[in-house]
Design a protein around this ligand. Structure first.
Ligand code: SAM
Length: 245
């Protein structure tokens, strides 16, 4: 078993408790997530997400699964790109996040379902493109999840994972740590008045800090059988992992 990070014992008592903690955290923070995103604090705005999807080869008419859709920040640009001929299924384990998504992202081609990356409520070989935005850190086991992604992708399907990576250089790390660990939680609390919003953003950094390096994520993709794996990085921290099934 290869977890993306060791259990964070200041938050929950062991690996078995991680999923429940994360689900509860996002349920409590859901109503604030988009507001924090709008002031720019989830690292990447809609323009970035949209461009990453297009660069990775998302096209009109495709059928897409958006894992960890949350409030729909990746689902929305997917829907715009795939258009009326395509479709997107957004999947997330947090009822709270899904509630926001169902309210905010509507249209013929979109369907939101409760579920987890480890066991997707989707048929075998049913999608052309699979995305996961800023949530790989929260899964239990990389190998299990990548196997599941291969199950639901069509033979010529494509994968895009967006993630924030811990910078390697000392200065970059110090700046990123200040931004995500100190500034973002402080401003999130200030703007929303919510301790839950603050905790959601503190945990955001804690998992970035604890996550295995990009090389291990790419090696796990390769072991799972993905091909043409590459990683594009912006500003040293915003990673786009792309691979063919
Ligand atoms: C930081 S949000 C990202 C939301 C959205 N993709 C975005 O780009 O803003 C992380 C999401 O991952 C979800 N999540 C946590 N554990 C998960 C799992 N095991 N499988 C799928 N989604 C998970 C959370 O409920 C939350 O909605």
């Amino acid at each position: 078993m290869k977890s993306p990070h060791e259990p964070i014992l200041s938050r929950y008592s062991g690996a078995a408790q991680k999923h429940g903690y994360v689900r509860d955290l996002f349920n409590r923070g859901a109503e604030h997530y988009d507001r924090i995103g709008r002031i720019g604090f989830l690292g990447t705005g809609n323009v970035y997400r949209r461009r990453a999807l297009q660069k990775a080869g998302l096209k009109p008419g495709m059928d897409v699964v958006d894992v960890a859709c949350g409030t729909g920040a990746v689902t929305r640009p997917i829907l715009e790109i795939v258009g009326a001929e395509g479709s997107v299924v957004g999947i997330d384990p947090s009822e709270g996040m899904l509630g926001e998504a169902r309210r905010e992202v509507t249209g013929e081609g979109v369907d939101f379902r409760l579920g987890r990356a480890e066991s997707l409520p989707v048929d075998d070989a049913s999608c052309d493109f699979l995305t996961m935005g800023y949530a790989l850190r929260h899964v239990e086991d990389l190998a299990e999840v990548f196997e599941e992604y291969r199950r639901v992708l069509k033979p010529d399907g494509r994968l895009l994972i967006l993630e924030i990576s811990r910078p390697k250089g000392r200065l970059g790390l110090a700046l990123t740590r200040f931004y995500f660990r100190d500034l973002v939680p402080f401003i999130s609390r200030l703007v929303t008045g919510s301790q839950d919003a603050r905790e959601m953003m503190v945990y955001y950094w804690e998992t970035i800090d604890a996550c295995v390096p990009p090389e291990e994520i790419m090696a796990a993709l390769e072991r799972a059988g993905f091909r043409n794996i590459d990683r594009r990085v912006s500003l040293g921290i915003f990673s786009e992992y792309r691979a063919d099934r």
